[in-house]
Design a protein around this ligand. Structure first.
Ligand code: SF4
Length: 252
């Protein structure tokens, strides 16, 4: 639909556009083949709020890893009802059930890259096969990898990734939340400024980076959804092949 050149030019043009303008463009250009992903943490609220007002039935993809805090699941339910969101839960492929059940407590600690690959990357890759555009809430100020992202990114399978909040700062998020009186994730006030799965998230201090509590002290900063790993499609691969790839370090 769009050439690589057009995507690059539009991405440059969008550097000075508001997130709402970018979301509206995404919906107008790709509907109904567009979806937004959200982890339903406090930082996710502005994007969810904007998108729900631009297109109320926009599919909101939520990765139900089975490792979430109860508070996250309750917050997701509460918001979905209050804002009438079209939330679509994504789960791991059932071919992994036996493997995961046998090591359900140890896997996140022993091999978080494989765990994220099974519970986040592969389900999202599968969901992306059904759309042409993916709206994500990443910001350049969050991680080293995200600092190099573009507002529009054409992936090698033709999927257009759209990052409307890329230029926003933590302060922009707080300002928007205050202006619109948005609720906070129940764990936010307890120091969980970025909330992922329970085994991989700890509370942080006021002076710490927002994401310092994610995989803290384990040398991991990304789950793989927003790195080059995402373009490595092993969705249909057999579990033993993925395991072998993991052993070879390919899920990092
Ligand atoms: S964040 Fe932790 S528990 Fe969640 S999928 Fe990744 S490794 Fe597994």
């Amino acid at each position: 639909m769009f050439s690589a050149r057009e995507i690059a030019d539009l991405s440059q043009e969008f550097e000075t556009r508001t997130p709402q303008e970018i979301i509206a463009w995404a919906v107008a250009s790709f509907w109904p083949d567009v979806a937004l992903s959200s982890s339903f943490q406090t930082q996710s609220l502005p994007l969810l709020h904007m998108a729900s007002r631009i297109r109320a039935d926009l599919p909101i993809l939520f990765l139900d890893t089975g490792y979430h805090f109860w508070e996250t699941l309750m917050f997701r339910e509460e918001l979905a009802q209050k804002w009438n969101l079209n939330v679509v839960d994504l789960y791991r492929d059932s071919r992994w059930d036996v493997f995961v059940r046998q090591r359900v407590r140890s896997l996140p600690m022993e091999d978080p890259n494989l765990c994220c690959f099974i519970h986040k990357v592969m389900p999202m890759q599968k969901a992306m096969q059904g759309v042409k555009a993916w709206i994500s809430g990443i910001r350049r100020d969050q991680t080293f990898e995200r600092a190099g992202a573009q507002i529009l990114e054409l992936q090698k399978d033709g999927l257009v990734k759209i990052n409307p909040l890329l230029n926003w700062s933590r302060q922009d998020v707080q300002t928007y939340m205050k202006e619109h009186d948005l609720p906070k994730h129940p764990l936010f006030e307890k120091g969980y400024r970025s909330v992922g799965c329970a085994p991989c998230t700890v509370a942080v201090g006021m002076d710490d980076d927002d994401r310092a509590g994610r995989w803290a002290g384990r040398g991991k900063t990304e789950c793989g959804l927003h790195t080059k790993l995402f373009e490595k499609n092993l969705t249909e691969a057999r579990p033993d092949f993925v395991l072998q790839s993991a052993l070879n370090g390919e899920t990092k």
